[in-house]
Design a protein around this ligand. Structure first.
Ligand code: X2X
Length: 345
């Protein structure tokens, strides 16, 4: 007994002799790779820069984030981004719900046509119980969700004609993003949709391989889509894609508690900044960004309530089909949150 007690005492002394700071000093990488689809000319990329900057300052450079726009860590294939985060090819990301929805089917929620009539509806989802549920789903999928940002309401544009009625879509070729839901929406309108990455979309528009596309107006202006033939814009606000800030789980766990808190808080602040930029010039009855686009000689179509209702009707079967895939309970919860939303804007 005595011997054992002495051995325990020696072990305790040895443990004390090891300086705790040295024993617990985590190994940090020289650089953490942050993936985004677009760069600093866009609210999304500006938010990435802000996140990196805040973290660098507040950790005194311990955590050095470098942004890789153009989804370049996955060779531009934005629909593979989520898998690459899980695998550790990407350390941090700010991703669109659309691009991650092939892996996380519930993220298709925001792409249900005409679910969200205004910005308050987006907020009611992301800032409420639905948003928390989606974060729990992401956690279960093995990543660490930190904050919400925003890409924005996606308006439809094309080089050929004004789009006022579902019939106007007939036969037009559209580039759509990589969730099959978008193929269904554009097919329901009688158009010919083709999935391609954002990197491929711009040359395809320039060459006329496709006639149109859909993206937020901040993307239209930053990417100068009027210079690749996009002469018509229809404000239909059919879907909006929030952005989500996440970290790879192992990377997250390699940081001290204090550093994790810094990274999370910086993501929340950069997320708010992103939302502010994404809505800047787009609020109110005659938004400044719309005026800017009209100034480029682009025809902007504003739908009447009846015209909008025709699009809601034409896309309703797609809504119903995808509500089943997303999960009827989550969709019902989202509809209730939208109906009960507080009006700010
Ligand atoms: O590819 C797009 O259309 C973009 C930039 O909006 C997204 O990544 C969803």
């Amino acid at each position: 007994m005595k011997v054992i007690a002495r051995a325990a005492a020696v072990a305790a002394l040895l443990a004390l002799a090891t300086p705790p700071a040295l024993a617990q000093q985590p190994k940090y990488q020289a650089e953490y790779r942050l993936s985004t689809v677009v760069g600093p000319a866009f609210p999304w990329g500006k938010a990435g820069e802000r996140w990196a900057e805040l973290v660098r300052q507040r950790t005194q450079g311990r955590i050095n984030i470098k942004m890789y726009p153009g989804a370049s860590l996955v060779a531009g294939d934005q629909t593979r981004e989520f898998t690459a985060i899980r695998q550790g090819v990407i350390d941090l990301a700010i991703g669109s719900t659309i691009n991650w929805s092939p892996q996380i089917k519930q993220l298709n929620l925001f792409s249900l046509p005409f679910l969200m009539p205004d910005y308050d509806a987006i907020d009611a989802l992301t800032q409420g119980e639905v948003g928390r549920e989606l974060f729990r789903i992401l956690e279960k999928a093995g990543v660490v969700p930190l904050a919400w940002g925003e890409n924005g309401f996606r308006e439809v544009t094309n080089s050929k004609r004004e789009l006022r009625r579902p019939e106007d879509f007939k036969g037009l070729k559209f580039r759509v993003v990589g969730s099959p839901l978008f193929l269904d929406v554009f097919s329901a309108l009688g158009a010919n949709p083709t999935q391609m990455s954002w990197a491929d979309a711009q040359p395809a528009l320039a060459s006329g391989a496709v006639d149109g596309q859909e993206n937020p107006l901040t993307v239209f202006t930053a990417a100068k889509l009027h210079t690749v033939g996009q002469r018509n814009v229809t404000l239909w606000g059919y879907v909006a894609d929030p952005l989500i800030f996440v970290a790879n789980k192992e990377v997250w766990e390699s940081w001290t508690k204090e550093d994790r808190e810094i990274v999370r808080q910086a993501a929340i602040e950069a997320g708010r900044y992103c939302i502010e930029l994404a809505r800047d010039g787009l609020l109110g009855p005659e938004p400044a960004v719309v005026k800017t686009i009209e100034g480029f000689g682009v025809k902007v179509v504003r739908l009447t309530a009846d015209e909008r209702a025709a699009f809601v009707k034409a896309t309703r079967p797609v809504y119903e089909k995808w509500a089943k895939q997303i999960g009827p309970e989550l969709v019902r919860k989202a509809e209730a949150a939208v109906a009960a939303r507080k009006k700010k804007s």
